[in-house]
Design a protein. Sequence first.
Length: 403
Amino acid sequence: MIEYIIEESLKISNDINVILYHQFENIKKIIKNYPVKIIKQDHLNYPGTGGALLSLIEDGKLKINNDKLLILNGDMPLVQADELKKFTSIDADIVMSVMKLDNPSGYGRVLIENGNVKKIIEEKDASEEELKISYVNAGVYLIKTEVLEKYLPKLNNNNAQKEYYLTDIVEMAVNDKLTVKAVEVNEENFKGINNKKDLAEAERIICNKIKDFWMKEGVVMHLPETIYIDAYTSFEGECEIWPNCVIKESVIIESEIRSGSVIEESIIKNSGIGPMARIRPKSVLTDTHIGNFVEVKASKLNKIKAGHLSYLGDSEIDEGTNVGAGTITCNYDGKNKYKTKIGKNVFIGSDSQLIAPVVIEDDVIIAAGSTVNKNIKKGSLAISRAPLKIVENFYYKFFGKNI
């Protein structure tokens, strides 16, 4: 969720501070590759939104390089950079975002008179009359640096939650006759995440925006409301996606993804996937047909066919090869993973097990039901079967029936 906010913020500024406390180490790992400063809040002594900003104060000065600071909450994944730019067009000591809601439950209320903000009330501290106010705090502020440096040291935690509220700065600024303006923002874009239902709704909104974008770019989607595509997936050329597909962090080029298929962190080029196929991370498929109930993991497949019921893991398979139903690359011995390399024009019969590490050269036939645990040279037939034994009339003897 926080990644979306960082990426939108980077569109308007290269000076970003991320202040964290809850699950600090886990979130730090997730965002470590972004060009942002990561700061741990002294939550024990200074809890709350105001306490978070106190982490930026050093010797009475804010550790930022600008005369204004745009402040966002970390639970607003729908925020858009274009809407954040609106704040900079308003001349005021403080510009704060507000939304007018039919049901403002879960948000702090904002008292506005003649376009000027007079007071912000946290919901937990609001009176019954204040809870009737329909304008709510959307959680984003643009505040002059000098204003923050003046009022942050004056914050206290004399409230129901014993927290330092950033919103108290607005009240102090109003009392001192500073200009505090409200900018009304789109509810959908500034929606906060307060519970799992909110999170699911935000995911739905983001996913729909992503699908709308790609359909306008020419991607064909059947029953798009059933399809999940994340923000890190891209499409090139003519692509077609059928219902109930999940595609994450992948590149799809000139390909058809059929119903019920899942693709993660892979590149699919000029290929047909599914129905009901799974392509796991680190896979690259080119000019390849993957059929139903085939799973591919960390493999490079070039111009091959695997029609059904197979597992191809940690493998390289070259053009012209046909993988029969029930084929398994046995890549894991309980301790380590091993590679299977298969050359060109190899015919692999049904129900074959290829025990890695193993190399199968070009123009090889592997008979159905074989277990291959040795390298196979070019042009060979590999077959491993117990001789078939036929016992005549055994059925009648076993069941005690006459012929």
